[in-house]
Design a protein around this ligand. Structure first.
Ligand SMILES: NC(=O)c1ccc[n+]([C@@H]2O[C@H](COP(=O)([O-])OP(=O)(O)OC[C@H]3O[C@@H](n4cnc5c(N)ncnc54)[C@H](OP(=O)(O)O)[C@@H]3O)[C@@H](O)[C@H]2O)c1
Length: 260
């Protein structure tokens, strides 16, 4: 068969799809939202800060993409419910849900109090669970859906006060497997992208320490730390028809960090 652009677009195009990307205003989520939008999806980005949300959507609109934002706090159940309804009201029920919003507060284990524990699990684990419960059954009913979580190498190893954060990310990968078990028979795949160390605002403090940054780069096979744009291709793959038989998986996008 001759090569043809329609072969690629048939596999990977997101034309006609609607996506909701939490944490889509910064770092990895912003890159993923941009990738899904440029691949053809209508994208709603969700976060708290309106300035970054506006800038993200303006950038996508300038590229001819269809994008919108919803501001809300995923740190409470009421907040998640409100965001879900508002987001679904923009372009309709999502075909693709990306759970990328996350926080990493990093107190040493001995100082990890209930407030940090609750806040971490609320944003990193409970919001993805509640959004899955809200949108997963609808995706299954329509016969197509993609749920993509963003966990962390800290789901697999302790690393700089993993504390509640590592727990939340380990459980997130378990959640993906439970969702995959429930909804894969109905065309809904549920997978996790696992970053290593990525140069984003989340890591601003660590990223300003040149010695730590180059030591971490040396622990990868690629010889450098991650960038937000490294997640674009994997996200489009997992959101597209191409990944229809990939489900329940944790896919490391980390330059080989996890296997070095
Ligand atoms: N960077 C890394 O090295 C790394 C490594 C492993 C895993 N990860 C994971 O990758 C994901 C993205 O991280 P990143 O590095 O791109 O971080 P980032 O640049 O700090 O972005 C985090 C995003 O989440 C949003 N967010 C945080 N708390 C929220 C809340 N309560 N309600 C709604 N939105 C909220 C933020 O917007 P607002 O603050 O405006 O709400 C922002 O859009 C996270 O889940 C993180 O755990 C990152």
């Amino acid at each position: 068969m001759a090569s043809s652009p329609s072969y690629l677009s048939d596999l990977f195009s997101l034309d006609g799809r609607t996506a909701l990307v939490t944490g889509g205003s910064s770092g990895i989520g912003r890159a993923v939202a941009g990738a899904l939008a440029r691949a053809g999806a209508r994208v709603v980005v969700v976060a708290r800060g309106e300035e970054q949300l506006t800038a993200t959507v303006a950038e996508l609109a300038a590229d001819g993409c269809r994008a919108a934002w919803v501001s809300g706090d995923l740190g409470s159940r009421e907040g998640v419910r409100a965001v879900a309804e508002e987001a679904a009201g923009v372009f309709g029920e999502p075909d693709i849900l990306v759970n990328c919003a996350g926080i990493n507060l990093r107190p040493p284990m001995g100082e990890l109090d209930e407030e940090v524990w609750d806040a971490t699990l609320a944003v990193n684990l409970e919001a993805p669970f509640l959004l899955g419960q809200r949108f997963g059954p609808g995706m299954a009913g329509r016969g197509f859906g993609r749920i993509i979580h963003i966990s962390s190498q800290q789901a697999h190893r302790a690393f700089v006060h993993s504390g509640a954060y590592g727990v939340s990310k380990g459980a997130l990968e378990s959640l993906a497997r439970s969702q995959a078990e429930a909804w894969s028979p109905y065309g809904v795949t549920c997978n996790t992208l696992v970053p290593g160390f990525v140069m984003t605002p989340l890591n601003a403090r660590l990223s300003s320490d040149r010695g730590r940054v180059s030591a971490l780069a040396a622990r990868t096979m690629a010889g450098r730390n991650g960038l937000a744009e490294d997640f674009e291709g994997a996200a489009v793959f997992l959101a597209s028809r191409a990944s229809g038989y990939v489900t329940g998986q944790s896919i490391h996008v980390d330059g080989g960090f996890s296997v070095h």
